[in-house]
Design a protein around this ligand. Sequence first.
Ligand SMILES: [Ca+2]
Length: 121
Amino acid sequence: MKLKRTLTVGAVAAACAAGTTVGTTGIANADWRDCPDGSVCVWEHSNYNGRFLSGGTTVSNVGSAINDKTTSLWNRTGTVVCFFEHTNSSGRAVYVTGPGDSSPNIGNSANDKISSWGPCN
Ligand SMILES: [Ca+2]
């Protein structure tokens, strides 16, 4: 059992050394490198940390895990995307990103408000 415990600790240390993000929330932690090309990605915390969600140019409901929590985002699509305070692209558009735009902190007017996103009309 001692050998197994040593191996487990070693694996955790290796995983920590391989990435810059140390998990704090327990699920779907990620950093900016995990955002696939062609996706729109949002993160719970500033600087692309914490809970993470990626989707296409339309996500009608970000889900309870990250609803009203987004603080940083990256638009890796070719579309201008608007982020909304309610589901199904309703309510106020609190933030707009052009193709390729990213923000490590979307600011007080949009922070912890996003519930959905879609192409801007
Ligand atoms: Ca947040």
